[in-house]
Ligand binder design. Structure first.
Ligand code: GTP
Ligand code: MG
Length: 199
């Protein structure tokens, strides 16, 4: 699949004000700074479409982008950064939870994981939570340009065995680098398949 057109639609903190859920959508979630906004830009070949930053906490709202006039890509705020103690107690942040639980047109929630790190509790907790809620999900290992193939395989292996403790069947795993463009075709093919399966 090719992305020929990608345009910003809206930026909302209230899920109810997001575009009507009448088109398929795919969303990027994960810890702050993991590379959600950068991945959206890499996929769409538009470096400045979604705002990125070296400092965590850049994306603070739910951002919809319309792709090929037919479906949405959604850039979400990160979890685990600068949450108030109230939000922490409540989980991953009210906005994120509401979005994930109510967006009926969500074809797949891509949970981004920093490929350089061993499994982090907050990511495992989020995967567990989303899995229990039966959200269609896939894991995307980001920043693959920052480590060797061996280190990447090792970290993914640790992830697989950690997840196998609570999952019989693992969600799909993808690997990307927004710096090198690696994984772009795989991710687009994954989306094309999901879109095809439903239409
Ligand atoms: P929040 O909006 O704060 O939740 O962060 P985010 O997940 O949207 O991360 P963002 O895309 O803003 O990227 C964070 C930092 O990581 C930026 O400095 C990016 O340039 C860098 N980055 C993102 N993806 C990659 C990647 O694949 N490789 C490398 N080397 N750097 C990356
Ligand atoms: Mg962002």
């Amino acid at each position: 699949m090719e992305i020929k057109q990608a345009e910003f639609v809206s930026s909302q903190s209230d899920v109810n004000k997001c575009p009507p859920p009448d088109k398929p959508e795919f969303a990027f979630i994960g810890r702050s700074n993991v590379g959600k906004s950068s991945l959206l830009n890499m996929l769409t070949n538009k470096k400045k479409l979604a705002k990125t930053s070296n400092t965590p906490g850049k994306t603070q709202t739910i951002n919809h982008f319309i792709i090929n006039d037919a479906w949405y890509l959604v850039d979400l705020p990160g979890y685990g950064y600068a949450m108030t103690s109230k939000e922490k107690r409540a989980g991953f942040g009210q906005m994120i939870e509401r979005y994930v639980l109510t967006r009926e047109n969500l074809y797949c929630l891509f949970i981004l994981i920093d490929s350089r790190l061993e499994p982090q509790k907050i990511d495992l907790d989020f995967i567990q939570w989303a899995g229990q809620k039966k959200i269609p999900l896939a894991l995307v290992f980001t920043k693959a340009d920052k480590l060797t193939r061996n280190a990447l395989n090792r970290n993914m292996g640790i992830y697989r065995s950690t997840l196998h403790k609570s999952w019989d069947e693992l969600p799909p795993l993808l690997v990307t680098s927004s710096a090198s463009g690696a994984g772009k075709e795989d991710l687009l093919a994954f989306m094309a398949k999901a879109l095809d399966a439903e239409s």
